[in-house]
Design a binder for this molecule. Structure first.
Ligand code: IMP
Length: 450
């Protein structure tokens, strides 16, 4: 069977803790989109592991697969694998031969396009992670990308590099006016240097038997009765199709992406469990509207600071402080419909303890009308005024003891909050996060037991 984990908001819902917890019951953990723009913090036995590409399950010895829908930076991949080995772990990571490769020039292009947008009044700066994600997916859609399978054949690799590097060099020089020769970027556009480095990476991938035909590999694992966990990165509101375009990433974090990005049939993915991960408030790293943002006056900013500090709301990949807002139900209703959640896990409820007030946005007012889901254009979303419902707050309790005792040990006000949210999302509460450690989760349902 399969369990698919999807971010319901803007990508920082704390998916890593749940993937790690349920990944322990899985035989295979698969990432199906994105690349090293993701950031997972996994805490295991007091040790903290920060991963951006290697699937979180690798910390616990589960097979990790990077599906064909991912964009893989091999430098990051080997850095993370070697880093885990240095700490005494033995990660087993497989990479789809159909996955696309992030090359050094993709990062350069990501940076110069963002800088260009920042300078141009008509440009919309997305605030990307600068990892080359967008340019790599552009090359994929433009049918000039380099796939993991191409790294395994030096002649094919050279042929592909010669075409694409020439193309990208022209764009960098002619469109962005970059003076490549003699600059710090020269190596990123040097076909010989790229060929040498990436052909050697291909050799290591072969030696370590890391590449797979992902669809075929997972088909046989599923047929053999293995439990497969799909680990979505980022979140619904930054999905390229269903998110708030153009402030999005370039892939599909929503559940449909699990089928497309792995080669496992939609009936198999849909026949399993699909769990939406929710943070009990909102946080956003990067630009774009955030109707419930706590930035109206000094009191709101103080509240945002309190939540940010307590929740450790600083980007895992970039270290940027995250913007903070109240929970937004129109966003969550949309997420639940797009992915078809069977259950939800709501994280960070401990962070809300002891706040002077607690609100949830239950709808928006736009041009004098009440709406229940997120508008399709960013311009309309930006003009939405949140309609709030007040909730009773709850005090600090011993969250570790609560996690041990179970759901009924949660404060009454917390349970009311959680049940209201799950009901609005038409799903059941499967888990509640009450602290950063894997043990600090109140598990109501293990989706692998369903
Ligand atoms: P990109 O994915 O680097 O192209 O960035 C596009 C947008 O997605 C930016 O707003 C990023 O901040 C955001 N983003 C990308 N990955 C993540 C993530 O893992 N968590 C939260 N936001 C992300």
């Amino acid at each position: 069977m399969t369990v698919t984990i999807v971010g319901s908001q803007l990508g920082d819902e704390g998916k890593g803790a749940l993937v790690d917890r349920w990944g322990g019951d899985a035989d295979v953990v698969v990432r199906y989109q994105g690349g090293d723009n993701a950031g997972h913090t996994v805490v295991e036995g007091g040790e903290e592991y920060k991963l951006s590409l290697v699937p979180s399950g690798a910390v616990r010895g589960t097979i990790g697969v990077l599906g064909n829908g991912c964009v893989v930076n091999p430098r990051t991949l080997f850095e993370e694998i070697d880093g885990l080995r240095d700490r005494g772990l033995d990660p087993d990571v497989r990479v789809a031969r159909r996955a696309h490769v992030i090359l050094p020039y993709h990062r350069v292009l990501d940076g110069i396009e963002e800088a260009g947008k920042a300078e141009d009044e008509s440009g919309v700066e997305v605030g990307t992670t600068g990892r080359g994600i967008g340019p790599t997916y552009e090359d994929k859609a433009g049918r000039r990308g380099i796939r993991i399978g191409d790294l395994l054949d030096p002649a094919v690799l050279r042929e592909r590099l010669e075409y694409v590097v020439d193309h990208q060099r022209t764009i960098a020089e002619e469109v962005y006016g970059l003076d490549i020769e003699g600059s710090e970027h020269a190596a990123a556009f040097d076909v010989d240097a790229l060929h040498e480095e990436f052909a050697a990476i291909g050799e290591r991938l072969v030696e370590d038997e890391m590449t797979v035909n992902c669809s075929d590999f997972l088909y046989h694992r599923n047929e053999a009765g293995d439990r497969i966990l799909f680990e979505g990165a980022q979140g619904t509101s930054i999905d390229i199709d269903h998110g708030n375009y153009p402030f999005v990433t370039s892939s599909n974090p929503t559940a449909g992406g699990a089928a497309v990005g792995s080669g496992v049939g939609v009936t198999t993915v849909g026949g399993g469990e699909v769990v939406g991960i929710v943070k009990a408030y909102l946080s956003r790293v990067g630009s774009g509207p955030l109707p419930t943002e706590l930035d109206g006056d000094a009191d709101e900013e103080a509240l945002a600071d309190e939540i940010r500090e307590k929740g450790g709301e600083f980007g895992t990949v970039t270290g940027r402080p995250r913007r903070i807002g109240w929970l937004d139900l129109p966003m969550l209703r949309h997420a639940s419909r797009v992915s078809g959640f069977t259950g939800v896990a709501i994280n960070h409820v401990d962070v809300l303890a002891g706040l002077p007030e607690l609100r949830v946005c239950v709808g928006y007012e736009l041009d004098g009308e009440r709406i229940e889901t997120v508008p399709t254009t960013t311009d309309r979303w930006e003009r939405c005024e949140p309609i709030y419902r007040e909730f009773d707050t709850w005090s600090e309790v011993d969250w570790t003891a609560v996690a041990e005792s179970g759901y009924d040990a949660l404060p009454t006000a917390t349970r009311e909050y959680l049940e209201f949210v799950a009901d609005e999302m038409d799903a059941t509460v499967y888990a509640v996060g009450v602290g950063p450690d894997r043990e600090e989760t109140v598990e109501v349902v293990n989706p692998f037991d369903e």
